[in-house]
Design a protein around this ligand. Structure first.
Ligand code: 5AD
Ligand code: SF4
Length: 477
């Protein structure tokens, strides 16, 4: 087995020392400098941005959303689809204006997009506004890279190819106070033929159970009520550790932490979601009955071309098994439309599978060609218009089923976690059911961070609407 690469704690300590040096320098005039961290893409990136903010806070930076106020701008990018890359490039290009207005502003671009060498080159050549570029493997040494830019006044590029490592002890500045991301593993070994992730995020590597549990305990102690265990494919958790703890065991260990909180996780690969996982989800009272199980396609021919290692029959068996253990399971999925060579017949198979499964929600994407992946060189004779037509048909089906499923909640009373304000007067609070469905409520903002029983009074495709029956503080709406 490959040696699991670990960044020594002394290295992270060294980064913190650099943070302290930067602090001295940037706060020398008694002013608090400001930073802006802009995040694209998945939850893993959100979690990475919490580390960037953690480091920046140690360096003495406050935070702003206004690029004209920021002394440091960090754009944390995604490479999964071209659309996200185009948005990043457009927005980074526009930073010329803020940099002109604020000389000395430092612009950093990090994350998956720039781990692709052609993108790092493009930025080097065509985006002189960018001072610092670093890939996901270098995030742990962001302070060192930033200091280099600040003191040497030279552009820095750090996007070496790497299988990746595990770094513990990076300070975190979390976004919310109710819900928290908790990374349990990094990278992906699956090499689905359309996907860039294994090339930019490296090989699968798990954090040690004791490190995850320590973080989970501190989250619970800090009052977090909703913990999402994160990994590109959580079902592979522990395989690289050979310590006898698999993902189901990990759920049980987190479940055993005393306190009133919920556990969720994502993403699960259908090739290795096990009966043990479903049994554990059903048995652990804190684990939500929510499963994101990306099917990607309903056509066995396309699943094979995607290198997904399961067919529709195996997938449907898993769904049936999961529902046997959890009849109230909320099931969501990802689907790619227009994979190279996908025919009308293949697409019909996807529609049929979706009709059979009846997902609570579907995340649908039009295939996007990624440089260097096997699918990029597969014949792709179908036009953008044909793909769009399929995409629209799938969206319509998805919306119809979500609407029907949501309507089934009407009249029922469910426990929700109230997690924020909507900014709207009529339904001013947002909340989530155990299954993760969004419920809008009217009530006192003091209820944020508490559980309540609500009766669902109305619904549409995207959300439920409810009335608070009983909260932890009695009736208060
Ligand atoms: N094109 C379109 N969608 C993609 N995804 C991953 N790679 C691509 C691509 N090249 C989708 C998959 C995955 C989700 C996170 O993004 O559906 O599950
Ligand atoms: Fe990409 Fe497949 Fe890995 Fe998901 S499992 S990150 S789709 S390669």
């Amino acid at each position: 087995m490959r040696q699991r690469q670990v960044i020594e704690l002394s290295e992270i300590k060294r980064q913190e020392e650099i943070c302290a040096r930067i602090f001295e320098r940037v706060t020398a005039d008694g002013q608090r400098p400001l930073a802006l961290v802009d995040t694209y893409g998945c939850q893993q990136n959100e979690a990475d941005s919490e580390k960037l903010r953690g480091y920046l806070a140690e360096m003495g930076y406050g935070f702003t959303q206004d690029e004209f106020q920021a002394d440091v701008i960090v754009v944390n990018t995604c490479a999964v689809r071209e659309h996200a890359e185009m948005r990043v490039l457009g927005n980074v290009g526009a930073l010329n204006h803020s940099k002109k207005a604020r000389p000395g502003q430092i612009v950093a671009v990090c994350g998956c997009m720039v781990q692709q060498q052609h993108m790092a080159e493009k930025i080097k050549k065509s985006y002189p506004v960018v001072d610092l570029v670093f890939g996901p493997h270098e995030l742990w040494r962001f302070p060192e890279l930033l200091e280099r830019v600040q003191t040497r006044h030279k552009r820095v590029f750090a996007t070496e190819k790497s299988d990746g490592a595990v770094a513990e002890g990076i300070p975190l500045k979390r976004d919310g106070t109710v819900k928290a991301w908790l990374s349990v593993m990094y990278g992906c070994n699956n090499f689905c033929t359309y996907c860039i992730v294994p090339y930019v995020r490296g090989r699968e590597r798990s954090r040690l159970p004791e490190d995850i549990l320590a973080e989970a305990r501190s989250l619970v102690a800090a009052g977090y009520k909703d913990i999402t265990l994160l990994g590109q494919n959580v079902n592979s958790y522990g395989k690289d550790l050979a310590c006898g703890v698999d993902f189901a065991d990990l759920i049980r260990m987190v479940n055993d932490i005393p306190g009133d909180f919920r556990i969720r996780f994502m993403t699960s690969h259908p090739k290795d979601a096990t009966e043990k996982l479903f049994r554990t989800m059903a048995a652990c009272e804190k684990c939500c009955h929510q499963l994101h199980l990306p099917v990607q396609s309903g056509s066995d021919r396309i699943l094979k071309a995607m290198n997904r290692s399961y067919d529709s029959e195996k997938y449907l068996r898993q769904v049936a098994l999961a529902r046997q253990y959890m009849p109230d399971l909320v099931l969501t999925t990802d689907i790619i439309v227009g994979f190279p060579g996908e025919t009308e017949e293949d697409f019909e198979a996807t529609l049929k599978l979706c009709e059979t499964v009846r997902y609570d929600a579907m995340f649908t994407f039009i295939y996007s060609k990624r440089v260097g992946t096997p699918a990029a060189s597969m014949p792709d004779p179908y036009t953008r218009e044909e793909k769009q037509r399929h995409f629209d048909a799938l969206t319509e089906l998805s919306n119809r089923i979500s609407g029907e499923k949501h309507a089934e909640y009407e009249g029922k009373t469910l426990r929700v976690l109230i997690d924020g304000e909507t900014g709207r007067e009529e339904y001013n609070l947002s909340s989530r059911t155990d299954g993760g469905r969004l419920v809008h409520l009217k009530g006192d903002p003091a209820l944020i961070g508490t559980f309540a029983d609500v009766t669902i009074t109305a619904s549409n495709t995207w959300a439920l609407y409810g009335e608070i029956r009983n909260s932890e503080f009695g009736i208060r709406n």
